[in-house]
Design a protein around this ligand. Structure first.
Ligand code: ADP
Ligand code: MG
Length: 481
């Protein structure tokens, strides 16, 4: 019997707001333990939560980007559980009245195959703190810096059919969150956390099989590995005639396996109820429209534009739109040079090559987009050769000088003027009578020799196109004459 994989993801996106979701304490990452706390973070009596407006704005932005309905009536709910990193004894989340519902996200496999994944809901909630178990002192420590940091939880429909699709979904979601500048999407620092629900069913069967939930997938590297392991585990159970037990499992990145953590809790266990400390949040249509009017262009739209309007390949378009800074850089460069293909090539190979070597991002590029555009304009105008441009580019990258200054300082100029180039060609041919004779007797390879001699005489600055043209004309003339 063949089985089909069914996956639904619950992704937590940590928002990069200055302050926490319900208090003025800092939400910054990386502070010393318990530095970013206040009475509310501790859940002390007499404190009251107040919603950080920026959290709702971020949720609306993401909702619009994922084609969701933005719900007008919003309610926060208390989700109860006991854990030392949760001093209040409940987490403030949204339950029956989330801010966004019924969306969809287009994902891609290998730049070609397109798949649509339904978005069930997006809701706002607070993060919990962290327990740190210290083996040396045999004690457990609690750091509440993260308690109250805002999260958006994005729940997908069970529309994902493979580990590769799940990885693509996660990447696309991260890309959008970064374009919207609502989160840095850094998985290693926990800004993006993914719980994966996985089940298998006999191919052709409509009813879903029993699922497990895999937690603790905390690096992009591990997404596919964790899921493929769990798929294989369930497959071997089902093929052996057994039954998958509904449970929550933890991924262990060292062994690459998953193991049981707890039996699956039911939502009734959490005793959800509307938080009486927070009034309902009403999202007026005018607010949504205001947010919509400030939305940046999204990666998918830009990608289409690069392919359809500017003629780039789907691959190049994907590389350039992977990060907002990259496509912004490209578009600015293109604005100047008007040569999309050249801008794309120079950015994805030359610039990224040097940046990667230095482990730098494009934001720290020593060459500005405008300056690169100018350099490309000079190549297209025949002023300098591609080879010269590469040298100029490398020097500009090293020194931070503008390419124009380097070209001027070095007196670089391509010789493309017939009146300048032709005498040099003539002179080379005059002084190589033997080679010329051999050439005319059929040794055509000697043409390269003449080209090389002219290049040598001009220190590489002859315009290759013009040189070839003039050389052929001159050789033809001598043959006939
Ligand atoms: P819970 O209340 O346990 O979080 P939800 O109904 O909210 O459960 O679903 C959580 C996630 O599990 C969603 O992303 C959903 O698409 C996914 N899911 C639900 N049923 C299945 C299934 N049988 N196989 C795989 N994923 C599933
Ligand atoms: Mg859930």
């Amino acid at each position: 019997m063949e089985f089909e994989t069914v996956i639904g993801l619950e992704v937590h996106i940590q928002l990069s707001t200055k302050t926490k979701i319900f208090s003025g304490a800092s939400a910054a990452f990386g502070a010393d333990p318990n530095e970013n706390i206040d009475p509310l973070t501790f859940g002390l009596p007499g404190t009251l939560p107040v919603l950080n407006r920026q959290v709702a704005v971020s949720a609306i932005k993401l909702g619009l980007a994922l084609n969701c309905e933005i719900r007008r009536f919003n309610q926060f709910a208390r989700k109860h559980y006991f854990y030392p990193d949760l001093p209040k004894g409940y987490q403030i989340s949204q339950y029956e009245e989330p801010i966004c519902e019924h969306g969809r996200l287009v994902i891609r496999l290998d730049d070609e195959i397109e798949r649509v994944v339904g978005i069930t809901r997006i809701h706002m909630e607070e993060d919990a703190g962290k327990n740190i178990h210290d083996a040396r002192t045999k004690s457990s420590l609690i750091d509440l810096n993260r308690a109250g940091v805002p999260l958006l939880e994005v729940v997908s429909e069970p529309d994902i059919r493979s580990a590769a699709e799940a990885a693509s979904y996660l990447k696309t979601l991260r890309q959008i969150a970064r374009y919207l500048e609502i989160s840095d999407g850094n998985m290693e620092e926990g800004s993006l956390r993914c719980d994966a629900n996985i089940s298998l069913r006999p191919t052709g069967q409509l009813k879903f099989g029993t699922r497990t939930e895999v937690k603790n997938i905390n690096s992009f590297k591990f997404v596919e590995r964790a899921l493929n392991y769990e798929i294989a585990r369930q497959l071997s159970i089902l093929k052996g005639g057994g039954q998958v037990i509904q449970e929550t499992r933890l991924f262990d990145s060292t062994s690459g396996t998953t193991h049981p953590m707890r039996s699956k809790e039911e939502s009734a266990d959490y005793r959800y109820f509307p938080d009486p400390d927070l009034p309902p949040l009403i999202v007026e249509e005018s607010w949504v429209e205001k947010v919509r009017s400030k939305m940046p262009k999204l990666p998918e739209e830009l990608r289409q534009m690069l392919i359809e309007d500017l003629g780039l390949t789907p691959y190049d378009a994907s590389v350039l739109t992977a990060e907002k800074e990259n496509v912004d850089f490209f578009l600015e460069c293109y604005q100047v040079s008007k040569n999309a293909k050249a801008a794309s090539n120079w950015i994805t190979s030359e610039l990224f090559g040097l940046l990667n070597k230095d482990e730098r991002g494009i934001a720290d590029s020593p060459i500005s987009a405008r300056n690169l555009g100018e350099l490309l304009t000079r190549i297209d105008g025949g002023e300098i050769s591609g080879k010269m441009a590469k040298e100029v580019f490398e020097e500009a990258f090293k020194t931070g000088q503008s390419p124009s200054d380097i070209i001027q300082a070095k007196g670089l100029k391509q010789i493309s003027d017939e009146s300048e180039l032709l005498p040099i060609i003539e002179q080379i041919l005059e002084t190589s009578p033997n080679q010329l004779a051999e050439y005319f007797s059929g040794k055509e390879k000697l043409r390269d020799y003449f080209v090389g001699q002219v290049m040598k005489a001009t220190k590489g600055s002859a315009d290759p196109k013009k040189l070839n043209l003039l050389l052929d004309k001159e050789l033809g003339r001598r043959k006939d004459g």
